[in-house]
Ligand binder design. Structure first.
Ligand code: GTP
Length: 357
């Protein structure tokens, strides 16, 4: 148990919009399998035995604290530290240093869903007497990421930019163990990137930077499609979490939700509180936020239906984010990464892809 380790969770950054375009909660607070996304990460930190967590953020700390409070409901002692300006990942870690007392500190990118064994990551850190240890996950297609080669002793050799021909399938999974004293060497009060500045600097200075390599479940929540697939993985139990509000399976049904007979709901769909689904609807791998409604015969695949939104009779909504309270009129067809703004009303037959008949 990691009861002598503290954790830092980073959320924010300069590219962060204060609000996502189509949904009313900030991304780390979007309901994912029935609870805010961050709850899954925090629950896994707690399950590993860590109690003290600092949320280092450059924005909207009050939104996080309004929900998680002092962390007691999760069994955590949770504190919030807000940056005056976005300080980047390294700067964000340095900015919370005065709140840390443990010798080893686990640091998490707040937008990653991951199933790694945190005890094993810390174990590698201690066994190799490392200054910093990175969780490196092996992915099928590493071309979309920078990669991190290691030697036979698990020592990190380099941090390589994205390339079409990566020399290894190991990528930075966004979870680190820092020796506390290393955090104090990060420059204070200015933006610092761990990947571009801190880690390469440590390598150049001859520090021991270890890699803990595994094949754990891993998904970065960068895009709506990632969020949708990650949510479905949580509902089906493919991605581990200790924060799920119900049993895993094809559907996560929250209080007051009603699915009419003859409707088909599967693929890790979350059906939010009070959602109504009409007969003959077919819903696969979707996120239906609280109070949404799906009329008879509608088809929804890998989509987010915002809180209070409505999908009309026979409409088809695929790979789309429908904003809160928006209305997709009967027989409309939405797809291909489309985002429908909150409160927009599409009239029946208002958008089609299939030919007129
Ligand atoms: P840098 O390494 O700092 O350049 O950031 P990056 O672009 O590599 O990081 P990325 O945008 O992938 O974000 C990684 C994680 O750090 C995410 O969970 C972000 O929410 C968080 N993050 C990014 N920038 C900041 C920041 O300025 N402050 C804080 N507190 N968190 C950040």
């Amino acid at each position: 148990m990691l009861d002598d380790v503290e954790a830092v969770v980073l959320v924010g950054g300069k590219g962060t919009r204060l609000r996502p375009l189509t949904l009313s909660a900030p991304k780390p607070m979007l309901p994912t399998a029935g609870v805010p996304f961050l709850a899954h990460l925090l629950s896994r930190i707690r399950a590993a035995g860590v109690r003290r967590v600092v949320l280092g953020t450059s924005y909207l700390a009050e939104t996080f604290s309004a929900y998680f409070g002092d962390g007691a409901a999760l069994g955590l002692e949770l504190r919030y530290v807000v940056e005056d300006q976005p300080l980047g990942t390294g700067g964000g870690i340095r900015n919370v240093a005065e709140h840390l007392t443990a010798a080893d500190v686990l640091v998490f990118n707040g937008d990653v869903l991951c199933g790694t064994d945190l005890g094993a990551v810390v174990g590698t850190h201690r066994r190799t007497a490392a200054d910093v240890t990175l969780h490196l996950v092996r992915v099928q297609d590493p071309r979309a990421y920078g990669c991190v080669p290691t030697d036979a002793d698990g020592r990190v050799l380099d941090f390589l930019e994205k390339t079409d021909d990566p020399p290894t399938d190991q990528i930075n999974a966004g979870c680190y163990v820092f020796r506390r004293s290393v955090i104090d060497t990060i420059p204070q009060g200015r933006p610092v990137s761990v990947e571009r500045e801190t880690f390469p600097g440590l390598l150049a200075a001859g520090a021991r930077v270890s890699g803990h390599v595994d094949n754990a479940y891993w998904r970065d929540m960068g895009t709506p499609a990632d969020l949708i697939h990650g949510s479905a993985d949580l509902v089906r139990g493919v991605a581990p979490s200790a924060a799920l509000p119900g049993p895993t399976g094809e559907v996560m049904l929250l209080e007051g939700a009603k699915i009419a007979e003859g409707a088909l709901v599967f693929g890790g769909t979350t059906v939010g509180r009070g959602v109504q689904i009409g007969a003959g609807a077919r819903i696969e791998g979707a996120m239906l936020f609280d109070g949404a409604a799906v009329d008879e015969g509608a088809i929804i695949e890998h989509a987010v239906i915002g809180a209070g939104a409505r999908v009309g009779q026979g409409a088809s909504v695929v790979d789309t984010v429908v904003g809160d309270r928006a209305v997709v009129g009967a027989q409309c067809e939405l797809r291909g990464g489309l985002r429908l703004w909150p409160d927009v009303i599409l009239p029946p037959h208002g958008v089609r892809f299939s030919p007129d008949v």
